[in-house]
Design a binder for this molecule. Sequence first.
Ligand code: DQA
Length: 143
Amino acid sequence: MSSSKVLVLHGPNLNLLGTRQPEIYGHETLNDINNRLYEKAAMNGWDIRCQQSNHEGELIDAIHAARTDGTVLIVINPAAYSHTSVAILDALNAFDGKVVEVHLSNIHKREAFRHHSYVSLRADGIIAGLGSRGYLLALDALL
Ligand code: DQA
């Protein structure tokens, strides 16, 4: 049996994790987070790829690629694009697998403009406010 294929997408500014507003986003770097995801995936025999981009179109291209490469789950933190991007929503709507949206912070406890996410209209599950643990929990969608 082939292993489940997962794409983890991190949106804009998440490359700065560790030094970007650590009081909100924590002290872990994106590499720390990705390494824990790779570890959990290896333990479960899942095939995982983690990708970060500051560019909307690159995130969309990655979602398009996932439509045809056997990906069964996209875990996405669209970051600020959550609140603005109909284009990312449209791309996810064209993907047949499961989608879990993750936010490090609880967006509903923050400024009003963060309370709405276009991606939530497509997400099968949403995890917000649990810090980096949210990404690890999101992988449980495969179980
Ligand atoms: C975020 C929340 C967004 O509002 C913000 O723009 C981010 C990160 C989070 O993980 O809490 O960049 O998605």
